[in-house]
Design a protein around this ligand. Sequence first.
Ligand code: SF4
Length: 470
Amino acid sequence: MPTARVVAVAPGSPAHAAGILPGDELLSLNGEAVRDVIGYQIQADEPRVELELRRGGLEQLVVVDKHAGAPLGLDLASAVFDRVRTCDNHCPFCFIYQLPKEMRKSLYVKDDDYRLSFLYGNFTTLTRFTEADLERVISEKLGPLYVSIHATDPELRARLLRNRRGATSLRWLGALLDGGIEVHGQIVVCPGINDGDALHDTLLGILDRYPRLATVGVVPLGVSAYTTEPDMRPHTRAEAEGVLDAIDVWQERFERVLGRRLVYAADEYYLLARRPFPPLADYDDVPQHENGIGMARTFETDVRAALAGAQTGSVPERQTGSVPERQTGFFAWVDGAPAEGYRAPRVVTPVRLRRSSPAPVRIVTGEYGAQVLAPLVEELASAARTDVSLLVVANSFFGGNIAVTGLLTGADVARALDEAPHDARCLLPDVVLSNGRFLDGMDVEELPRPVEVVGTDGVSLVAALAVSSP
Ligand code: SF4
């Protein structure tokens, strides 16, 4: 039977008043075994909650009376109480196969679990989806979900997933859409395999069979130095241009037929093709921001809005910009279940601020981030009235074409910090950390010099700079 371990009890909460303790094991709620925080939340919302608990090997029943919908006040050790459903695919572009050995165990989990799609926005291929899952998703309205499409041609999709079931599992996508579930799709493009005519064919297949998809993001594959797949290679500039051209054509077609753009290209494509990003309005409400789509334009827009606010003397605030709130979906209203082992919360607390220092500033960033930040540096420096420049960190840990800031490791950042002036404030975007640790396990406190951890959005960056303004 799946159980959930209580890791914290909010002081003053109904669970605290009922004497529930960290370490207690939750066996059932209102007489029902619960498999995940989704089921937990449904039961925990009731005004009367009967919790069957195990403490020190002894089972006991605790009854909590509260207002309907009021949080119980429990943090649970994991979002999924039974086993996370792992994927049975072997995609040649899978980044997990391209990780060096001996990283954190949780990084090697190949999840393909619709619940993690619902809770965290993880993409699922639906190859392990079942009729019972479909029934649950529709009856509990578990949307939005995020589905990896890659290709609508059955043979090509099976080849990309290296799984025969890949040829047929998109039938679940149709069933989810028919059931009224909001679904966002993704196409990971591998040059020479599912770009060119195959990409056009996939977008035609979407128009034909899945026009109710909310959005489709088109992203390039990442290739690290550890790939063992000879056919997996980064896009050339011409290939990136080809993908953008295809998306232009299809945005126009979707707009004409469906009245909306539906498909969007990852920011990375514009950098690879050396083309300007589309205006922010062309990303609509930036529905795949977390997937690196519209992130650059949003960042730039927010920096400029925050700088304008700072000039009038108002402290930049997140809501002054257009940054969409982080899409935590369902998880935003779950009062328990931190993402232990999956997407642990980022550390956003600035550390070691030197508030009145006119010190120079170095903004730590990856190679792609540098291309987005470079045009803004002069404005940032002039607003902060100090020397502001970028500390660009090459990703030698992963190598290959990995240039996004979010995949920087402590070892690479530590090396780059040597180049900063000794009196510089070094601003580190929080996207590189999970619970204070880099991907390679290094703690931010282990860096060779103090850094200030700042939010990765434009407003947070301006706010961090404003702190040092006289
Ligand atoms: S479905 Fe995802 S996790 Fe599974 S092999 Fe493919 S890329 Fe990796």
